[in-house]
Design a protein around this ligand. Structure first.
Ligand code: SAM
Ligand code: SF4
Length: 345
């Protein structure tokens, strides 16, 4: 691989390692109504000033460029907490009208979803991922520093009722907090027809409290699940998806077919070689990776009067520079300055 080779004149978001980004993660805000301990401190963070955050029309324009000129096929809205962005429904509506129509999804903590799920579905949202780390109210309060578990459970139900399916659940396990809950969470997900995926905790918290030595690994999660369920290899190819999935023997998914469970082993089983993502922060910076230390400022170019093709060109250049991997295991690894909530998870 000649990593110094010049970029070929391809319209898509290719990089020097042969990957193409077709999956765009758009952060709509860095703010949040929870304070998950693995994400941010109790007091919150110094939020971006409103004037730095892209307006609804700016977000829509950049997503349109990504879809029309750069080959993006999937758009996921995230944050911070995307449901607290007032313009969310408008943004979803406009993005779902783009041609070719991208698939649209939302990663949310679920608070407020009970009231908004049907409207978001009507606006053109295809799917949701709801984050849920525990089924115990006290643990939920310890983990998120808010007593909101019933709201999240109601949000999950509303998402399923609205047809935002498959409804996926994202779970982070933390040692000594909820690391004994994997089988119970899977039983809950199977009972309700949600698709559960465990995510290894990553060094992206604002407090820099992540510790590799105490992280709950994909291997441990699988061992605990296998003690309670029979997991079979999934015959469906993983493609660019981050989750390794297993079929849960004897269980059926809602709508038919086998039930699945996933594990996203970002740290111990990296999937960087197949990564197909590009990221746009709430303040209009393109990031090639969650762990990137460089950003490309599309907001300044956009507000400076750049036309669509110039913005597309800058986005291509940013992605061409994507690194081969996240390098968490490299002694020179540096945690990005932006925490997860400000990048968009
Ligand atoms: N607020 C929304 C939510 O919680 O789903 C969207 C943003 S949140 C940053 C996106 C996902 O990142 C959530 O599933 C959350 O659990 C996960 N996350 C946050 N910090 C993490 C960390 N340090 N390691 C692994 N996952 C993390
Ligand atoms: Fe908020 Fe999501 Fe971070 Fe939790 S993980 S504090 S819900 S942004």
């Amino acid at each position: 691989m000649d990593v110094d080779a010049p970029r070929p004149a391809e319209p898509g978001l290719i990089d020097r390692f042969g990957r193409q980004a077709i999956d765009l993660r758009v952060s709509l805000t860095d703010r949040c109504n929870l304070r998950c301990t693995y994400c941010m401190p109790a007091e919150g963070l110094p939020w971006l000033p409103n004037s730095d955050v892209l307006t609804d029309d700016e977000v829509i324009r950049l997503v349109r460029i990504a879809v029309e000129r750069l080959g993006v096929r999937e758009v996921r809205f995230t944050g911070g907490e995307p449901l607290i962005r007032p313009g969310l429904t408008k943004i979803v509506t406009e993005v779902a009208l783009l041609e070719p129509r991208p698939t649209t999804s939302l990663t949310t903590n679920g608070i407020g979803l009970e009231k908004t799920a049907a409207a978001l579905r009507d606006a053109g949202l295809d799917r949701v991922n709801v984050s849920l780390d525990t089924l115990d109210e006290d643990r939920f309060a310890t983990l998120t520093r808010r007593r909101r578990l019933p709201d999240v459970l109601a949000g999950l139900r509303a998402a399923a009722d609205a047809g935002l399916t498959p409804v996926k659940i994202n779970t982070v396990l933390m040692r000594g907090v909820n690391d004994d809950e994997a089988p119970a969470l899977l039983a809950f997900a199977l009972e309700h027809g949600y698709q559960l995926r465990f995510i290894e905790q990553m060094p992206l918290d604002a407090q820099h409290g992540w510790d590799r030595a105490t992280m709950v690994t994909a291997e441990e999660i699988l061992r605990d699940l296998q003690a309670a369920f029979t997991l079979l290899p999934d015959p469906v190819a993983r493609g660019g998806a981050p989750a390794e999935t297993w079929l849960v023997d004897g269980h059926t998914a809602v709508g038919g077919g086998p039930a699945r469970v996933g594990v996203i082993g970002t740290v111990t089983r990296p999937f960087c070689g197949d990564c197909d993502r590009t990221r746009l922060t709430a303040d209009g910076q393109v990031r090639a990776c969650l762990f990137a230390t460089e950003e490309s400022d599309l907001r300044a170019a956009l507000r400076g009067g750049a036309d669509d093709e110039e913005l597309a060109r800058r986005w291509r250049v940013a992605m061409w520079g994507k690194r081969a991997g996240h390098g968490i295991d490299d002694p020179s690894f540096l945690q990005p300055v932006r925490p997860m909530s400000a990048i968009g998870g």
